[in-house]
Structures are given as structure tokens and as C-alpha cells.
Design a binder for this molecule. Sequence first.
Ligand code: MG
Length: 203
Amino acid sequence: MKDKCLICTEQSMHRCEVPVQMKKVKGLIIMLLISLSLFGMTACDGENGKVSTYEQITAELWSANLYLSMSFYLKREGYDGFAHWMEKQYHEEVNHAIAIAHYMINRNAIPKIEKLDVVPQSWGNPQEAFEDAYKHERHVSQLIDLLVKVASEEKDNATQDFLWRFVREQVEEEASTLNIVEKMRKAGEAGILFLDAQLGKRA
Ligand code: MG
């Protein structure tokens, strides 16, 4: 018995041209499979929907380095109080990174620390440093908001709940840095020294 062609009705194996329409359907199926596999990687990645949370660890550590760099700059310029305030801020950011990492471990996900970009080394004056800190906190707020949005879309209630703490935290961070900037804008030379002494009291 002769082998039957798998594509057409010919009762023999031969070089059969796949009809154009069938080629198109095949192409569409391949594209669909690729899309599904890409979507699957993005949505799940074996981390219960917390794919991008680890990126925030790197962002928090970069923030920590930024404030440590500001602290060194302010100390160099003789503003011990401002430097102290920034050093405290550095520790706070490191604690944010640790909190996110611990949360991920609790959820059976893998926290990662990626390469950190260099941070600025100096500013024109203390006010410029604090203005940068305020701008940076606004940027971090946007990052957190994005994470909340992703967690919400993925119906990841636990991560949303975890992130609300950071949403509230950002309200505080923006308010405190803006408050210092506004005081600096009003303060003269003597006022800046008074402010420096005040911020040096940060517990
Ligand atoms: Mg932070």
C-alpha cells in the first residue's frame, strides 16, 4: 500500500506545496504561541505576580546612596546637622530595601540586587541638595504608584496591602523634604545655620 500524502489527497508521498492560506494560518498560530509565552513570562514568572517588586529594591538602594552622597557633601561644607539628617535618610532607604526583600522571601520570590548607577557627588549649596531630594522623592512616589497599579491589575492583594505602607511613607517623604526646602528659601545666612542645628536633632 502506497503512503498517502499528509497535506493533499494524493495517494502518494510527494513534494506537496502547502496552500498559501494554510501558511498564513500556521504563521498566525506561531505568533499566537509566542505572544502567549511572552505574556505568561510577564504575568507569572514563577513569582506570584511580584515580577517588578525586586526592581524597587535597587531603586531604594540607589536612593540610599544618593542621600549618603548628599550627607558627605553637606559634612564637607560644614553643615553637620544637614549631614546628620541625610545620613538618617540613608538608613531609612536601606531599611525600605530590606523590607521589600523580606516581603519577597515571605512570598517565596527571589529578591535581587542589580547594579547601582553612580549618584551625584556635589551640589551648589545645601538648598540645591534638598531640592534634589524632594524631586527624587516625587520620582520614587511614581515608582511605588506603578507597583500598586501592577499589583492591582494582577489581583495580587497581598502585594497591594504591603505597598500601601510605602504609599503612605512617600506622602511623608515628599512633605518633609519640601518643608525643609521651603524653610531654606525663606532663611537667610543665619537662618540656614539655625535650620542646620534643628535638623541635627533628628532621632
Ligand atoms: Mg524609600
